[in-house]
Each structure stands twice: as C-alpha cells, then as structure tokens.
Design a protein around this ligand. Structure first.
Ligand code: FAD
Ligand code: DLZ
Ligand code: SF4
Length: 511
C-alpha cells in the first residue's frame, strides 16, 4: 500500500509514530508551510521563523536519511494554504491510497483530519502521539471518578511510573515536592549565564526574509534570531542548561529581574513542543546531574515536576476538556485586552518590561506570564478569549494544548477551579518581593489607593469584591473577605473608585 505520511510543524521528531514502519522507497512524507496555520492567529514573527526553519531543517535531515519528502514552501506557486488542500494535491500527485498521521496537538486540526477519510475518499490512520508520557486515554482513566484533578497527585503517579527520583519506592530525599525552597527573591549578586545563541545559516536566513516579506504586521521582533533549529542544536541548549543554569533553577524559579528575561530557566519549551527534544531525555539529564552531585535536589525536582508533572497534566486536561474548555469564562470577564499588551506603552513597569521581553524574544518565563501578564488580566477582568489569543500569538512555545489550560485554567481561573485550587490573584506586594520592577515604576507599590498607587493593589481587592459570590466559599480565599470586611468604608470606597477609574482609563490613555 502506497502511503502518504504527514508530518506537522510540531512533530519534528525522527521517532514520531507516523514514521514507524515507513517504507522508504514506496512512501512519501509530506510537510507543508501553510498560510492558514501561520495566520489563523497572527503568530509572533520569531515563532513563524523558528517553526519554518526547524521544519526545513527536519525535512533536510529526513532526505539525508533516505526518505522521500514532499515539502511545500509558503511561497510555492501551487501552495493552496491549508492542510486539507495540500493533502488533496499530494494524493493526486503521488497516487497514494492511505494516509498516516500522528495525533495532532490541536483540537481544531484533529477535527479537520477526522473529516479527511470521507471528504477525500481515502483511508486515514491517526496514530497515538507517544512522545507524551501520559496518553489522553490514560489521563482520562486517572481522572475518572476524582472530584478534583490536582496536579500534585498526578505528578506522584508519573514519578512512580517512570521511576524518576525514586529510592525504594519512596521519593528521593523523603518529600515529593521541594517548592517551598524555590521562592528566593532576586538579588544584585546573581550572575546569570548567557543564553544559548545559534548562528543563522542559509535556511534560517531564507525563512527570515520570507517572514519579513509576508508577515510585517505580525507582533514581535524578528531579529535578533538565536533559537536552535535542529535537534542537535536543541540538545546543546539542554546541555548548557544542565551545566550552567540548573543548579540555580530552583532557588530563583520565581524571581524576575529587569533586563534579564532568561534567568535560570531552561528555555527548552520551544524545542519540546515542536519535537526537537523529548520530555524523558530532559528529565533523565536533570536526574543524572543530581546523581553526580552537579545540582541540588530542590532544583532538579522542581525542573522535573514541570515536565512530567505540569506539562503532561495540562496536555491531559486539554484533551479531556476540549472543545468546551475554550469557552470557559467562570467570572464572566468581559473587558477588552488593553493595547499595551501589544505596545508595552504603560506606566506599570512590570507589565511594560514583560511585554518588551515578549516582543523581543517570543519568550517570557513562567512567573512573568503567570504573576504579571496573567495576574493583571485576571484582576482587571479581561475576556478569556482575548487573553488566550494573545498568549497563543506571542510565545514561540505556544500551541493550544499547552497554552489554553495554562491561561484559562491556571491563570484566569476561567474553568472555575478545575485546574487550580484558587485564583493566582495578587497585589503589587508579590511583584515587588519577587522582582526589581517596582523600583523603576511610575506607581508606588506601597500605596494602596490614590492616583499614584500601584493598580495591582486596588484591582486585587476589586476583583475579590466583584466576584464575591463565586469565591467566598473557597476556603483558600475566604480569609481575604474577612480582611476586606475589617477595612473602613473610606478604604472600600477608594478601592472601588480607583478601580473604576483605572479600568476605564486603561483604554484611552497611557496608564
Ligand atoms: P522552565 O521554567 O525551564 O521549565 C521547564 C519545562 O517545563 C518547560 O520547558 C516546559 O516544557 C515545562 N513547563 C513548565 N511549566 C509548565 C506549565 N505550566 N505547563 C506546561 N509545561 C510547563 N508553556 C508552553 O510550553 N507553551 C505555552 O504556550 C505556555 N503558555 C503559558 C501561559 C501562561 C499564562 C502561563 C502561566 C504559563 C504558560 N506556559 C506555557 C508554561 C510555562 O510558562 C512555560 O512552559 C515556560 O515558561 C517555558 O520556559 P522554559 O522552557 O524556560 O521553562
Ligand atoms: C504554528 C505553526 C505554523 C505557524 N505554521 C505551520 C505550518 O505552516 N505547517 C505546519 O505543519 N504546522 C505549522 N504550525 C504548527 C501547527 O499549528 C501545528 O502543527 C498544528 O496546530 C497541529 O497541532
Ligand atoms: Fe507593577 Fe505596581 Fe510594581 Fe509598578 S508598582 S511595577 S505596577 S507591581
């Protein structure tokens, strides 16, 4: 049987299930740069350049390994712009009678693929994406019958299943989780290593010029471009992280410093999510560093938890809850996303810095995303659909399966507490403790009300008050309502007035 094997832009792994049993002389591999994927949301320029360059490098490697590859470039005259029509073209050209594809990462694409058999009159085989350590089916089994789906319990199962950081069936060091040690604020003595920087080759140069020509109105800076675009380069990034950053990863995981976007994070999400790296190899590399005394347990456990815990967990939640999850809006939040999420034109220095980092790098680390960009969207009551679209556009690691649960579930509590046990809402104090942003801000973090008071301070309380009927029964929040009740009437009125005024003014002037 002559088979067409489709490889999508986030399936750049040589061991991908769609290539297993491939007959190198008979079968054709199809990869295509399609207009629809690059524009259904207007992805950051760097994200498109990264994915197209990684796709072209991957196709080149496949050819070098003896595969027959059909690769449609964005500018090819015959390019029809959609997966489905490119498949149709390839079926005719190659006279194939069967299609094999690995389960896509996005619900939208899965629905499309499910229609191909009938519409294109060809047999279509969708194979499990076994790069994930927990399949959607296994996650559904784990979730069945549980009232709450807490990541921590899922994570413990994964540690046991993959025998990671375990000793005699017990967690290494006696505890499952060392997060309490991972909250050090930044300090002036930190020496942060230079991040991985790849040299641009001919393929990347060509792609960059294509992106500049076709997507000039998309958000973000195309240059400088430094991402890894091959597996070998991605492995170098991982190794550099393990050697230089992992020892401090835990301690400063939550810290933010102006002008230091990369901190001690790993910057491997781009590569994990498009398939250049595999989760277990990253986990094993960190575990080995611990075994060889190169990194402490709090750092290694923290890093491993992000990958076999959070990453697998949000993947499971996505496939368990779609398509309804994309529509969740527990707080009925309706405000439009303010322009400063694109322009960085705001007097709030924390937001200004995080948007600048995002625009430049198509990257911001977790706490910038959660506690600055996300926290503001939560307490200002911004429509989850608009917030999700922004997060899907601006990060080079953003694919809906991972972006949506992080934004709607973890950050906006739009699912009403399915994923997080309480909203990650916080006032300026948290940002001041974990960053140096407040030092250079037009607002005063110590002031709770008035024109120059930090907006996070009053918006935090206003958010709680606005959503009292939905949150008061949450025992992790209930205490805050008692604190609010003890405030004087003047103070309560101040919170309400300042919030109303700020929320209105954030659209019509630099606020
Ligand atoms: P590190 O901090 O070094 O962590 C190591 C790895 O763990 C990451 O590469 C990633 O693969 C995984 N990881 C860590 N946290 C999470 C998490 N919460 N969910 C899933 N995987 C995790 N991650 C994405 O990959 N794509 C997204 O589109 C995305 N959107 C996010 C949006 C919001 C609002 C928030 C709060 C988080 C989001 N995350 C997303 C999770 C996390 O912020 C990024 O994975 C991380 O910042 C990537 O940088 P890093 O590789 O340096 O991660
Ligand atoms: C994100 C992205 C972009 C920008 N472009 C392409 C593309 O042209 N071709 C492709 O195969 N994949 C692309 N991707 C990644 C896809 O959006 C991703 O493969 C699907 O959403 C399936 O998860
Ligand atoms: Fe952000 Fe408030 Fe600090 Fe300014 S004072 S940087 S707005 S937290």
């Amino acid at each position: 049987m002559k088979t067409l094997r489709l490889i999508l832009g986030d399936q750049l792994s040589h061991d991908i299930s769609s290539l297993k049993d491939c007959n190198k002389t008979e079968d054709t591999i199809l990869m295509c740069e399609v207009w629809n994927e690059a524009t259904y949301v207007k992805h950051h320029k760097k994200k498109i350049a990264f994915l197209f360059s990684a796709m072209r490098h991957f196709a080149k490697e496949l050819k070098e390994n003896g595969y027959k590859v059909l690769y449609t470039k964005l500018e090819d005259e015959q390019n029809t712009g959609f997966f489905r029509s490119e498949i149709t073209r390839a079926i005719k050209q190659q006279k194939v009678d069967h299609i094999v594809v690995t389960h896509p990462g996005e619900y939208r694409v899965l629905e499309d693929i499910k229609g191909w058999a009938t519409n294109l009159k060809i047999s279509v085989e969708i194979r499990t994406d076994d790069r994930f350590l927990c399949s959607p089916e296994d996650f559904a089994l784990w979730a069945k019958g549980r009232k709450q789906l807490r990541m921590e319990y899922f994570y413990r199962e994964m540690r046991k299943k993959y025998n990671v950081l375990m000793k005699d069936n017990e967690p290494m060091g006696g505890d499952w989780n060392y997060d309490s040690k991972n909250r050090k604020p930044p300090n002036n003595d930190l020496v942060i290593p230079e991040p991985y920087c790849n040299e641009i080759d001919e393929i990347t140069r060509e792609v960059m010029s294509l992106v500049a020509r076709h997507f000039p109105d998309h958000f973000g800076d195309l240059e400088p471009f430094y991402f890894a675009v091959t597996r070998q380069q991605a492995l170098q990034t991982l190794n550099l992280f393990i050697e230089q950053r992992l020892p401090n990863f835990g301690d400063y995981q939550d810290a933010m410093i102006e002008g230091e976007p990369w901190m001690y994070h790993s910057h491997i999400s781009f590569y994990l999510n498009c398939g250049l790296l595999l989760p277990l190899e990253c986990v094993k590399a960190a575990e080995k560093a611990y075994q060889h005394g190169k990194a402490p347990l709090n750092a290694v456990e923290g890093f491993i938890r992000q990958i076999i815990g959070w990453r697998e967990y949000v993947h499971g939640i996505y496939w368990l809850e779609m398509p309804e999850y994309a529509k969740k809006n527990f707080f009925n939040a309706k405000h439009n996303l303010p322009d400063f999420y694109w322009t960085a034109d705001t007097k709030m220095n924390c937001l200004h810095q995080c948007v600048l980092d995002t625009r430049k790098n198509a990257y911001a680390h977790h706490i910038q995303r959660l506690m600055v960009l996300g926290n503001f969207a939560l307490i200002a009551g911004i429509d989850p659909v608009q917030v999700n679209e922004w997060f899907l556009i601006v990060y080079a690691d953003a694919h809906e399966w991972v972006e949506l649960p992080n934004v709607s579930g973890m950050t906006l509590f739009a699912d009403g507490g399915h994923l997080a046990s309480k909203p990650y809402a916080a006032g300026g104090n948290y940002i001041n403790k974990m960053s140096d942003y407040c030092k250079n801000c037009n607002y005063k973090v110590t002031k709770k009300n008035g024109e120059d008071a930090c907006p996070f301070n009053y918006l935090y309380w206003d958010f709680l008050v606005r959503n009292r009927n939905k949150l008061e029964s949450n025992h992790r929040i209930a205490m805050m309502y008692k604190v609010y009740e003890r405030m004087g009437e003047d103070k309560k009125q101040g919170i309400s007035n300042d919030s109303k005024h700020f929320l209105k003014s954030m659209y019509d002037k630099k606020s």
